[in-house]
Unconditional design. Structure first.
Length: 652
């Protein structure tokens, strides 16, 4: 069968980090005879070569190429391209891994849209990845209609014929930004680029020891020399004007201006940041016309202007002020409406943890020139924020705590100027987000995991992100867990910081079913009824499991239904004939179709007489021996929790 995809993985001393990469290749939904994996070992000196050889010996679709160390990733990727037999070539780094369906989905999406380049949604663990690019699917994207230029890492799928037709390969040797040169040319010369955003295809991992190649401190002279080569590609395939300026703006913004802001600048030694500044200035003066700066937000435009004007000390002063600017999002309401969770919150910017205020009569930032000093720069930024309030926006993002997969949720919001005295105002956004667990993960249901809520704010010169919270302890809405979309979704507040998170299908005791008392359970003949501290948007099938004192197990179906007040009405018809002469412990499975099914103990007991009839009672107190065993189990669980293996999760 023809090979659909060749996965090329350059390898150099990844240690244990390569295990996730290998595992993800073996879990792919694309059949093994339809793709191949080519590990190109670039002279590794650890145990990786032997490990890869062993994997290849067991899996015919995996091969390993060994070569002398070349110094960087360009040559091993090129070697992999030459060995590839697939219709498409996918590039993966040895520290990273793929979603289980990544190859199948990206290949089918690329074929369906006749794409030369397919960009799959990324999730960053301990490192940043593009956000806006993956807001929606983009079957026909280009550098003109989509923020493609925000994603210049090589982790894309490219048509092999396209690579050969335009003779595109990676620059080789020990150098930086070889991926920028490669990907930029691919974007500019492709007939079509497709962006797949409804499934996380690529997990971009920052090592715990920060030893990824991209995290290492670089030589500014060599770095900006390599950066000029990416600019050369843009000049080769575009005409002077708006598009070229917009593309150049990406390197000015990301590789220069953002390195000169806040803690990213201040955390570096002064001598090193001065050297960075000088090399940046040389590129700005040499390559960027005024149209490049002009499209930046005011804060970035000011920093770019200060770089161009050789005002290093003013750049540092602005960074020292800006490092304290951060958004603060405070929850107002968290409540279920039908099958959806509605989350209301307010958000504004703070400086040094105090609400940031702005001049009420602001006229906007001057179009030309530079501020004379820090006070004037702050005044300009404040004026622009007020003038641009109507363009401000806010998003709620759900992020999987384990995988970092992120998804935007629908948000409605309004903007307000709140008087702050002395002719100044606060700029506040009032928002309500809707979380539908049936489609909150890019149209798919939320998977079993802990999901943290983040607020992303666009206001004036800043686009920043923060957790939703903390909320004061006395103002924390605590809705019941919702049994919705075939899941048990528990909104909760993190213990350490009081931020809002969602527990999907993991919670047990936190469901608060232990609040049920015997008098809350009603029996009428064989019919058992109770109002449980749960929420349902519609009548939902459940299963009640009864475990007898002799170990016998009986399961019976039931329903949960909405009530006029808080809670959900449980209704079960008991199989009384099967229960006679024993005591029973009831456990509720809210989602009978789940695999595996999860049962939650109800803190009552059912006692059936030999002649029939069932009574509700308090559960029997455990004997001394059982209490000792339970304490030992808790102690062992605590010890194991402290030494949990990497990847273990828990609510916090």
């Amino acid at each position: 069968m023809p090979v659909k995809v060749s996965v090329v993985v350059p390898v150099y001393n990844p240690g244990s980090y390569i295990e996730d990469c290998i595992s993800s290749m073996l879990r792919q939904s694309l059949p093994p005879d339809e793709f191949e994996v080519i590990f190109v070992d670039d002279g590794s000196t650890d145990a990786t070569p032997a490990r890869l050889d062993a994997v290849a010996a067991e899996h015919p679709h995996i091969q390993v190429i060994h070569q002398a160390n070349s110094g960087w990733s360009g040559k091993p990727r090129n070697v992999g391209i030459e060995a590839a037999r697939g219709e498409y070539v996918m590039f993966v780094d040895n520290d990273d891994y793929l979603g289980d369906e990544a190859l199948e989905r990206m290949y089918e999406y690329g074929v369906a849209n006749k794409a030369d380049v397919v960009v799959g949604k990324m999730a960053g663990k301990n490192r940043s990845v593009p956000v806006e690019l993956f807001r929606v699917n983009r079957p026909h994207a280009s550098v003109e209609n989509a923020p493609l230029i925000d994603s210049l890492t090589p982790h894309k799928m490219l048509r092999r014929d396209f690579l050969d037709r335009i003779e595109l390969r990676f620059p080789e040797g020990r150098r930086r930004l070889e991926d920028h040169v490669f990907v930029t040319e691919a974007y500019l010369r492709a007939d079509n680029v497709s962006v797949l955003s409804d499934y996380v295809c690529y997990y971009h991992i920052g090592r715990d020891d920060a030893s990824n190649a991209g995290f290492q401190r670089f030589d500014p002279v060599g770095y900006f020399k390599n950066l000029r080569e990416a600019l050369d590609v843009v000049e080769r395939y575009t005409e002077p004007g708006r598009l070229r300026d917009r593309l150049f703006r990406r390197w000015l913004r990301v590789e220069m201006v953002e390195r000169m802001r806040g803690n990213r600048l201040l955390s570096k030694p002064d001598a090193y940041r001065r050297e960075l500044f000088e090399e940046m200035r040389a590129v700005v003066v040499e390559r960027f016309g005024p149209g490049v700066d002009a499209g930046l937000p005011p804060a970035q435009r000011i920093v770019a202007g200060l770089i161009r004007a050789d005002r290093y000390d003013d750049v540092v002063r602005l960074a020292e002020w800006e490092k304290s600017v951060a958004p603060k999002a405070v929850p107002d309401t968290v409540a279920w409406q039908g099958d959806e969770l509605r989350v209301g919150f307010t958000v504004e910017y703070t400086a040094a943890k105090v609400p940031l205020t702005f001049p009420a009569d602001a006229q906007g930032t001057p179009a030309e020139g530079l501020p004379a000093d820090l006070d004037q720069a702050i005044a300009w930024l404040g004026a622009d924020s007020v003038a641009a309030l109507e363009r401000a926006g806010v998003d709620l993002v759900l992020r999987n705590r384990e995988s970092s997969a992120s998804y935007f949720q629908p948000v409605e919001f309004s903007r307000e100027q709140v008087p702050a005295g002395d002719g100044r105002v606060r700029l506040v956004l009032h928002a309500t987000a809707t979380v539908d667990p049936a489609g909150a993960a890019g149209g798919a249901p939320l998977e079993a995991a802990l999901w943290d809520t983040f607020v992303r704010v666009r206001l004036g010169s800043w686009t920043k992100e923060c957790r939703l919270g903390p909320a004061p302890a006395h103002r924390r809405p605590t809705p019941y867990a919702g049994v919705v979309a075939g899941r048990v979704v528990l909104p909760y507040w993190t213990k350490q910081h009081g931020n809002l998170s969602l527990d999907v299908d993991l919670a047990s005791k936190a469901l608060k079913l232990n609040r049920l008392a015997p008098e809350d359970v009603l029996l009428s003949g064989d019919r058992l009824k109770a109002v449980l501290p749960l929420h349902v948007g519609r009548t939902t099938d459940v299963v009640l499991r009864l475990t007898g004192t002799g170990g016998q197990v009986v399961e019976t179906p039931g329903t949960l239904a909405p009530t006029d007040g808080p809670g959900a009405a449980l209704a079960v018809t008991l199989p009384s004939a099967e229960l006679r002469g024993a005591s029973w412990r009831p456990e509720l499975c809210p989602v009978p179709d789940a695999v595996p099914r999860r049962f939650h103990v109800l803190p009552v007991a059912l006692r059936a007489g030999r002649a029939g009839g069932v009574q509700v009672a308090a559960p029997a107190a455990p004997g001394t021996a059982r209490r000792v065993v339970r304490r030992l189990r808790r102690l062992v669980g605590t010890v194991l929790g402290r030494t949990a293996p990497k990847g273990a999760t828990g609510r916090a």
